[in-house]
Design a protein around this ligand. Structure first.
Ligand SMILES: Cc1cc2nc3c(=O)[nH]c(=O)nc-3n(C[C@H](O)[C@H](O)[C@H](O)COP(=O)(O)OP(=O)(O)OC[C@H]3O[C@@H](n4cnc5c(N)ncnc54)[C@H](O)[C@@H]3O)c2cc1C
Length: 335
């Protein structure tokens, strides 16, 4: 276990693919910068796998003081086992005070394993992170009970203080070309990286589609859509808005859309500028994943549906009448 007195600096795990850094990693650097500045620590961006080195300059421009890279071919593409082993090694070597991971599918899978391995705590799905200078602790704020309560979590003694940061809960820092920093290479070639999973083929799903967690507009369909082929109506609206398509668990469980589209407690958490819920009743588990959207539009034929309680705008009507009209209007307006 790493003790408080031995630990220093704020680490961000950088998620990257094809030379592109995930938005939430950039958002996390912005948050880490604020924490580091208020506690005289450094921001370390940790990038693993092939391509890590090339990200160095850009990560420094957005706020990293140090970019720690481990360009190991065994870390090509995310898998829990080797990433947990590599990070456990790096963390025990360098002893960061805090480690922030994006609350993406990968981050949510990795962080609990890492916390368990490092015998530390984990604050998951945080929407805000502060630094308590007097106590020298990270103060993590995370929603609980379907977003009805905000809990403040601290990990007082053990380090690193591990947190996953919810996508879009902080702004992305503007690059500053004048910022200076250094890139440090970690040699992990002698570290055993277990790998119980063999990736045979990686298939891109929904090529060209906007990523659900990163979209400014999300159009979701629920059981009220009534079948897989009828989701074309939802897709058409999502495309007209240049947004992403989501779904309730009922629609996913019915096999109408893949799990990757599920919004809610056991799916993805989204916080777009506009969330349009079509034929979704508004169960608390669904609300947990979209309640923090700036504007919520609900389309439901039942005026008593609970979704209307959280909706900014509610349309009582048949989605098969309302959604195509909306799609046409949006297409015309943006033509
Ligand atoms: C542990 C746990 C975790 C869960 N996690 C999630 C989760 O991550 N995400 C999630 O979504 N759910 C989750 N659920 C399930 C959740 O409780 C609900 O069962 C689910 O959200 C219901 O989906 P729905 O709103 O699409 O379906 P329903 O509740 O059946 O609602 C369908 C709605 O469509 C309306 N409708 C029907 N036809 C039309 C039409 N033609 N036009 C307009 N409106 C129409 C109806 O009035 C109704 O309000 C979870 C449940 C549990 C117990």
């Amino acid at each position: 276990m790493i003790g408080k007195a031995d630990a220093r600096n704020i680490w961000i795990l950088i998620e990257h693919r094809g030379g592109k850094v995930a938005g939430v990693s950039l958002e996390a650097i912005g948050v880490a910068r604020k924490l580091a500045d208020s506690s005289s620590q450094e921001v370390w961006a940790v990038a693993l796998g092939p391509g890590a080195q090339a990200l160095g300059a850009d990560l420094i421009k957005v706020g990293a003081d140090v970019v720690l890279t481990a360009e190991d071919a065994r870390l090509d593409g995310f898998r829990d086992d080797p990433y947990t082993d590599a990070l456990t090694h790096l963390v025990t070597t360098y002893k960061p005070s805090a480690l922030i991971v994006g609350a993406t599918s990968n981050g949510k899978s990795l962080a609990p394993r890492l916390a368990s391995r490092l015998r530390t705590g984990l604050a998951s799905e945080c929407v805000d992170l502060e630094w308590d200078a007097a106590a020298g602790n990270l103060v993590a704020v995370r929603p609980m009970y379907g977003g009805n309560v905000l809990a403040t979590v601290v990990c007082p003694e053990v380090r690193p203080q591990l947190a996953t940061l919810r996508v879009k809960s902080a702004p992305r820092p503007e690059p500053d070309p004048a910022r200076k920093g250094r890139v440090e290479k970690a040699d992990i070639s002698g570290v055993e990286l277990r790998d119980r999973v063999k990736v045979l083929e990686a298939v891109e799903t929904g090529g060209g589609e906007v990523k659900l967690e990163e979209a400014d507009i999300v159009v979701s369909g629920g059981r009220g859509v009534g079948g897989p082929e009828k989701f074309s109506v939802i897709k058409a609206l999502a495309e007209a808005c240049r947004g992403a398509m989501g779904a309730s668990r009922a629609a996913v469980d019915a096999g109408w859309l893949p799990y990757a589209h599920q919004v809610g407690q056991t799916g993805k958490t989204v916080s777009p500028k506009v969330y349009i819920a079509c034929g979704i009743s508004g169960a608390i588990q669904h609300l947990a994943g979209m309640k923090s959207s700036d504007i919520i539009v609900a389309i439901n034929k039942n005026p008593e549906a609970p979704i209307f309680k959280v909706a900014t705008y509610g349309i009582v009507g048949d989605l098969f009448e309302v959604v195509p009209l909306l799609t046409e209007e949006i297409k015309e307006a943006s033509a």
